[in-house]
Design a protein around this ligand. Structure first.
Ligand code: RNT
Ligand code: ZN
Length: 422
């Protein structure tokens, strides 16, 4: 045993007894954490470019800034980068793919004709690694989305194209879920909206509802594929109006039994999605989370172990929602090492979940029920300084993953040996 491993073990034993004093079983928390899968967004690896032949600039009101070396230029590079990230993240992962990550073998395959063949290599890769797959139709970076409208487009032929794209993608989702043996969450996000005040807010929403009805018309096996719809407050160029608002999709999901996707960067800056979970879970069966970090106008900074993320994890654990919630990440940053961004973001979410699993929830509840809010507040504050890091290190260690001190060294080496040569 190395001296680092030895230290991890010694520190863990101390932490374990400290948590035990509060009635918390660290072993149980570690084992539960090991079961939770986090879906990594493929698009962090290449700045949401994808591999389409006639590629368009990224649009749809989302933007990546930065020019860090080593962006993945093709699917093989992206997979190599993902393997490196996954090696440095303890626990279970899934991969979240977008339709623009199709591999078409140099041919141009229109989005309304995509099929499972273009994703076979991804499926084989995921299967081999025991990684689940999630999927997204891509409603941006395309000539037919260049005016900022897709499924709500007033022009019937354009709307048809995007409906057909959605239909293709659900079928791809089914094939992915079937092949992997775990349901693929296929999430619809569209950029539709307008920069300035529209006169007609109603028409586009009616058209969107109709488009979604057509996309979801065919019933698919929920063991293989789950439909999800994602809302947003505003984007670049859709500041005054977003067709797929929160109210729109909350209503749609409840009425039609789809999942709702809540992106933590898609609300007013003072609004926390943690508080929405227990409301929404009353009415929808399952939820998809896009965990992100909003900073001013941007919704997509790398996730950190912030109070917001901790509060989300607490809600998932306290409400016993982990089996009904799919956890995905959604951020893209090209100013830092892209592989490190995945590792940092995913590890942060995992830490938040561990912290939540280590809460002395019975005690906190008892204090609340007894009306002893002073003790509740004091204990919550005390929890911040318990030796959580020692339990986290043990989680890393037991999953053969470097601890916080060491994974960056591996990233530096990967950068020198692989990324620099691109
Ligand atoms: C955009 C949405 C959406 C995208 C991805 C690429 O604001 O959050 O989820 O980030 O589909
Ligand atoms: Zn999102």
């Amino acid at each position: 045993m190395s001296s680092l491993q030895e230290r991890v073990r010694v520190n863990y034993e101390t932490a374990k007894s400290q948590y035990a004093e509060l009635g918390v079983d660290t072993e149980k928390a570690l084992s539960r954490l090991g079961d939770i899968a986090i879906s990594l967004q493929c698009w962090q690896g290449d700045d949401v470019q994808g591999f389409e032949q006639e590629s368009c600039e990224l649009d749809g009101g989302i933007a990546v800034t930065g020019n860090y070396l080593g962006r993945a230029r093709n699917a093989d590079q992206l997979r190599t980068d993902l393997e490196e990230a996954i090696r440095l993240i303890p626990g279970r992962q899934r991969l979240n793919l977008h339709a623009i990550y199709a591999e078409t073998g140099g041919k141009s395959v229109p989005r309304n004709e995509l099929g499972v063949a273009q994703f076979q290599s991804w499926i084989d890769w995921a299967k081999q690694r025991g990684v689940g797959l999630d999927f997204n139709p891509t409603y941006f970076s395309h000539p037919l989305s260049s005016d900022g409208l897709t499924l709500s487009h007033p022009k019937e032929s354009i709307r048809r194209f995007w409906i057909d794209h959605g239909i293709c993608c659900r079928k791809i989702g089914v094939a992915m879920g079937e092949a992997i043996g775990s349901p693929c969450v296929t999430n619809v996000w569209i950029p539709d909206g307008s920069k300035d005040t529209p006169v007609d807010r109603k028409g586009p929403r009616e058209r969107l509802a109709d488009s979604l009805d057509q996309i979801f018309a065919e019933e698919l096996d929920p063991h293989h594929q789950l439909d999800s719809v994602e809302s947003k407050l505003f984007g670049i160029g859709s500041e005054s109006y977003v067709v797929g608002s929160h109210e729109f999709y909350l209503g749609y999901a409840i009425k039609n039994g789809t999942l709702l996707c809540i992106d933590s960067g898609h609300f007013h800056p003072t609004e926390m999605i943690s508080d929405k979970i227990s409301s929404v879970m009353n009415w929808v069966d399952q939820l998809l989370l896009h965990i992100s970090r909003g900073v001013r106008w941007d919704s997509d900074h790398v996730v950190l172990l912030s109070d917001d993320v901790r509060a989300i994890a607490q809600e998932l654990v306290r409400g016993n929602y982990l089996d009904r919630v799919h956890i995905g990440l959604d951020f893209f940053d090209a100013t830092i090492n892209r592989v490190a961004a995945w590792v940092l973001g995913t590890r942060s979410v995992s830490k938040a979940l561990l912290l939540a699993l280590l809460e002395p929830i019975d005690q906190l509840r008892a204090m609340e029920e007894a009306g002893d809010l002073t003790s509740r507040l004091a204990l919550m504050e005390e929890l911040r300084t318990l030796p959580f890091g020692a339990v986290w290190d043990m989680f890393c260690e037991s999953h053969n993953t470097p601890t916080d001190r060491t994974w960056m060294q591996e990233i530096k080496q990967y950068e020198r040996e692989v990324l620099l040569n691109r």
